[in-house]
Design a protein around this ligand. Structure first.
Ligand code: PLP
Ligand code: TYF
Length: 398
């Protein structure tokens, strides 16, 4: 049966973990995968999560099947985060939300649903984008192309090229947009540019798919929802995938959601019926635990406040690591200007390090980064930042 099965390539990011784990050097640092570590290098268990989990364990609830789309309290909590509690959209019944297996699962049920509707549409992702976007939409059956995004000379977005490209697309094209904290570059659109993207989507009849995997990691919950808010105000229909892997530090619980903004309550009913069909044929209904914790935190005013404070703590620590790295590189005599690292948002920086320099970081220092030069700032801490700065200084000075 398996004689002709070829070896598949490893995921370029998750594959790094295997190499990192096999490395026996005590000073090794994993700047590859996008995971938030605290200053002790540990993945935190948030106090708000701990409190909600404790209450659940004490209640010992039965474990029946969930509704296909997850419980209503979860969908409501997700909508409040994205669109604002009491907003026109959340009240209108025009939005459908389904719990999903992380942000990846949300993207995938969205992709499967879209493919049933319009299998011939092309999906456009940013150049560059999260490694899994292309593979995921291709696996759902779509043709996937890039739209212009990052400009290595300015280390920002080439917005003129992006906009011109969008304005040239065929109606019905699906455009995947990073709602905030662009992965891998850390370069986001300005609010005004988001407004222009919304108008381009309207003008060309595009299908916007916002990927929100880092809400709260740039400026704050509401501030990071600018793109979602502008699309909401436009009256257009669009998709949003949410991930709580990072913002709740619940990676392995696989908690996320897909929200689809439709034109009317009646349309929402039809859309949900089809989305449920997609979910049923994939995994039937979502798991209970992680979603129940997120819903409990978001629907308790005290826990929600505690979570927002903890999220702000993660955000501030990443920012401190950004400025710390820039300072230390300067202190180690690096002449190249790295101040762009401070302006980038979210967990990542596109450092401009070449694949050869990344290889040298690994071989000579046991520091693992993605071959594109992407590093995860959230893996730096007060103990390893000096070592990492010294290593980067060594490789850039050649
Ligand atoms: N989208 C982007 C842009 C991401 O960086 C990630 C990271 O994991 C995801 C989606 C997937 O989220 P999850 O880990 O919740 O599946
Ligand atoms: O980009 C990252 O590092 C995170 C984690 O297939 C991740 O988004 C990476 C690859 C992957 C799934 C998650």
């Amino acid at each position: 049966i398996f004689a002709a099965v070829e070896m598949a390539p490893r995921d370029p990011i998750l594959g790094l973990n295997e190499a990192f784990n096999a490395d026996t050097r005590a000073t090794k640092v994993n700047l590859g995968v996008g995971v938030y570590y605290d200053d002790n290098g540990k993945i935190p268990l948030l106090a708000a999560v701990k409190a909600a989990e404790k209450a659940r364990l004490e209640a010992m609830p039965p474990r029946g099947y969930q509704p296909i789309e997850g419980p209503a309290i979860y969908g409501q909590a997700v909508q409040n985060l994205l669109f604002g509690a009491g907003s026109e959209l959340t009240e209108s019944g025009r939005v459908v939300t389904a719990q999903a297996l992380g942000g990846t699962g949300a993207l995938r049920i969205g992709a499967d649903f879209l493919h049933r509707m319009n299998p011939n549409a092309t999906v456009y992702i940013s150049d560059p984008s999260w490694e899994n976007h292309r593979a995921l939409f291709e696996a759902a059956g779509f043709k996937v192309e890039n739209y212009p995004y990052y400009d290595p000379t300015t280390r920002g977005v080439n917005f003129a090229a992006m906009k011109a490209f969008l304005l040239g697309l065929e109606a019905g094209s699906i455009i995947v947009l990073h709602a905030c904290c662009h992965n891998p570059t850390g370069a986001d659109l300005s609010d005004a540019q988001w407004g222009e993207v919304v108008e381009a989507c309207r003008e060309r009849g595009l299908v916007p798919f916002l990927d929100m995997a880092y809400q709260g990691f740039a400026e704050g919950i509401d501030q990071d929802a600018v793109a979602v808010n502008l699309f909401s105000a436009s009256g257009l229909q669009f998709f949003v995938s949410s991930s709580f892997s990072k913002s709740f530090s619940l990676y392995g619980e696989r908690v996320g959601a897909l929200s689809i903004v439709t034109a009317s309550k009646e349309e929402a009913g039809r859309v949900m019926s089809q989305l449920k069909r997609v979910i049923r044929t994939n995994y039937s209904n979502p798991q209970i635990h992680g979603g129940a914790i997120v819903a409990a935190v978001l629907s308790s005013p005290e826990l929600r406040q505690q979570w927002e404070d903890e999220l702000a703590g993660m955000r501030d620590r990443i920012r401190a690591m950004r400025s710390g790295l820039v300072e230390q590189l300067k202190a180690k005599g690096v002449e190249q200007d790295f101040s762009f690292v401070i302006k980038q948002r979210g967990m990542f920086s596109y450092t401009g390090l070449s694949a050869a320099q990344v290889e040298q970081l690994k071989n000579d220092f046991g520091i693992y980064a993605v071959s594109t030069g992407r590093i995860c700032l959230a893996a730096l801490n007060s103990k390893n930042i000096g070592y990492v700065a010294e290593a980067i200084a060594a490789v850039v000075k050649g």
